[in-house]
Design a protein around this ligand. Structure first.
Ligand code: TYM
Length: 334
């Protein structure tokens, strides 16, 4: 991609609802790192969103801290990007409320993620229904135009755009329509080989786990369920282990061919995948261990991020409050 004339802004959010996993990394985090080179990038640890599933205060605080470490370890540079904790900027929730007065409930009820989460038995709170409205507020409070996310978030991004259009129609052209930036990874499936890899489904490969734990997790993965005997030909197109090899070595076509012709068995293909994942994430795991030795560092990074974004949020909210007719109309002097 060529250098944009003025540095456009990127925002993305990640929930501190569990440890970073392969789906997060391949679907989104890899682009967080790539985009910080060319854009003004802001990344939010969206703890208010995580409250829809994490109901223990101590645990949420710890998971938020841990997620900052994960993001630094994968290569986010706090001198380039702003890392923020969503709840440090209550204006995200304020803008969400303002959007709530614009968004018809039917848009939220037909949202596929909401329907899935309800089927998965996650508490059906009003917060779960309003989740994508807060997500839209997160993005546009920074007037971000690009949003690196996994393909599972396509519907949420479309909804963000609809919300922006509805708001702008009512109050004037205040917000740009954000667009999703995807990696070339599909929605990554979990170790069960069926459902999306997700912290709440408990089917993740956690990239910062110790090597033995990664081995154990990968060896537990479900492969082609129709391949019963070692000599049966495999179907790499339906085998999640084979699919994941695509991202960890240039020889995945040979690996897939080995499975298809039964030259190789599922066990060795899994062993190889585990070792490659371990090696790929080794430098990041080591960096994370080193960073974790300085617990104050995380709060310093978040304070620096907050200082960077505070003027942006103040300016947007002054414009929004003036347009909708609430509060005072000057930018806050905080
Ligand atoms: P979260 O924490 O569930 O996921 C963080 C990022 O990881 C991507 N991802 C995946 N990509 C591919 N395959 C998977 N199995 C997989 N699992 C997760 C997600 O697409 C996401 O990019 N709703 C957001 C959080 C959010 C947000 C925002 C994102 C809140 N506000 C504003 C962008 C902009 C989410 O899914 O988080």
């Amino acid at each position: 991609m060529s250098q944009p004339a003025t540095r456009e802004r990127v925002f993305s959010g990640i929930q501190p609802s569990g440890a970073s996993h392969l789906g997060n990394y391949l679907g989104a985090q890899v682009n967080y790192v790539a985009l910080q080179e060319r854009y003004e990038a802001i990344y939010g640890i969206v703890d208010l969103h995580a409250m829809t599933t994490v109901h223990d205060g101590e645990q949420l605080r710890q998971l938020t801290h841990d997620m900052v470490l994960d993001l630094l370890a994968i290569g986010l540079d706090p001198d380039r990007s702003a890392l923020i904790r969503q709840s440090d900027l209550p204006e995200h929730a304020e803008l969400c409320w303002i959007f709530n007065t614009v968004v018809p409930v039917s848009w939220l009820e037909r949202n596929p993620t909401y329907k899935e989460k309800r089927t998965d038995g996650i508490d059906n709170s009003n917060g779960l229904l309003t989740y994508p409205v807060l997500q839209a507020a997160d993005i546009v409070i920074y007037k971000a135009t690009h949003v690196p996310v996994g393909k599972d978030q396509a519907a949420h991004l479309e909804l963000s755009r609809e919300i922006v259009r509805a708001f702008n129609r009512r109050y004037g052209e205040i917000f740009p329509e954000p667009q999703a930036v995807f990696t070339d990874a599909p929605v990554v499936l979990g170790t069960d080989g069926v459902k999306k890899m997700s912290k709440s489904a408990g089917n993740t490969i956690r990239v910062f786990d110790e090597p033995d734990e990664i081995r154990r997790t990968v060896m537990s993965m479900v492969t082609d369920t129709q391949r019963i005997k070692r000599t049966d030909p495999g179907r790499p197109e339906v085998c999640n282990v084979c699919q994941l090899h695509r991202f960890f070595g240039g020889d995945y076509l040979q690996i897939q061919d080995g499975e298809r012709t039964a030259r190789t068995g599922c066990v060795e293909t899994k062993q190889l995948l585990a070792e490659r994942i371990i090696e790929f994430f080794r430098p990041m795991r080591e960096k994370r261990v080193a960073l974790a030795a300085y617990p104050d560092h995380v709060e310093q990074v978040l304070a620096a991020g907050l200082a960077k974004v505070r003027p942006i949020v103040d300016a947007t909210m002054a414009e929004v409050r003036a347009a909708v007719g609430i509060g005072h109309t000057r930018a806050s002097s905080r």
